[in-house]
Design a protein around this ligand. Structure first.
Ligand code: 5HY
Length: 262
């Protein structure tokens, strides 16, 4: 039975529990969900600085997940932090919830809109939309002006802000479906879909199902080219000051599987 690591890159345990519940709600009966967050890093990710701050502890946790037998990794943050680096580090598929949502949305709607938390998150998400070739089908990215941590126990006012933001995407930007632009919104998906009358895509669910299907197809990340495993030689040459903490922590967590020189 496959084990999936579903990692919340921020350090808020309540959010990790909610993300784990959203993942288990859609996982196939034989799939074991391991929901974790790093020991250190930002309590929430709201913009480029937090995204940078979460990276090293996130990679350490992903390497540990593989050592603990997780065959694939879902990065449960809508900024998809560290996805490419993690694909170098571990053998199994690594899926970001933003990429999974965009690909699912482009299949079920001619135009979709993304509702996220704060304005600071919008430019990074717009970049992801372009990077994943979804600019033509994305009607817009809008911030509901709610803090990520307000989603731990969303109040009625927080829910209304998100719903009304989604309504603006439908009415003013002509979106036909809504993508939840934060892992903390997963639990609100079913109610929003009922209230809005359109499909609402939750990235945690989309990424879990995608990971399961890649594993069922026997697919893992290619270690040829960009996602080749980190080269221990150059790691050692980076010198203790810079590399010591990061590489040693990651090396300690990761199995010494078939390191190939690029
Ligand atoms: C997320 N932040 O999914 C992103 C959403 C955002 O801590 N988990 C976070 O607002 O950027």
């Amino acid at each position: 039975m496959p084990k999936l690591l579903v990692i919340n890159p921020n350090t808020t345990a309540a959010m990790t529990r909610a993300i784990g519940a959203a993942a288990r709600a859609v996982a196939a009966p034989g799939t074991e969900i391991v929901a974790r967050n790093p020991e250190s890093g930002p309590a929430s990710i709201e913009g480029p600085y937090d995204q940078a701050l979460c990276l090293q502890p996130l990679l350490v946790e992903i390497a540990r997940g593989e050592r603990d037998g997780c065959a694939a990794t879902v990065i449960a943050c809508f900024d998809d932090p560290g996805v490419a680096a993690a694909r170098c580090l571990v053998a199994g598929p690594v899926i970001g919830i933003a990429e999974a949502s965009l690909r699912a949305a482009a299949v079920i709607a001619a135009r979709f809109g993304i509702v996220t938390t704060v304005q600071a998150a919008v430019p990074g998400i717009e970049e992801l939309v372009v990077r994943h070739g979804a600019a033509r089908v994305c009607a817009g990215v809008r911030a509901a002006d709610v803090k990520v941590l307000a989603l731990e126990q969303p109040s009625a006012a927080t829910y209304r802000r998100i719903r009304d933001c989604a309504l603006r995407l439908l009415r003013e930007d002509a979106a036909d479906a809504i993508v939840l632009g934060c892992a903390g919104m997963s639990a609100l998906g079913p109610r929003l879909a009922r209230d809005l009358g359109v499909p609402v895509i939750d990235g945690v669910g989309a990424a879990v199902k995608w990971a399961e299907s890649l594993l069922a197809l026997g697919l893992a990340t290619s270690k040829r080219g960009s996602y080749a495993a980190p080269d221990p030689v150059s790691a050692r040459r980076r010198g203790p000051a810079r590399a010591g903490g990061t590489d040693r922590a990651i090396a300690a967590a990761a199995p010494t599987r078939g390191r190939t020189t690029k």
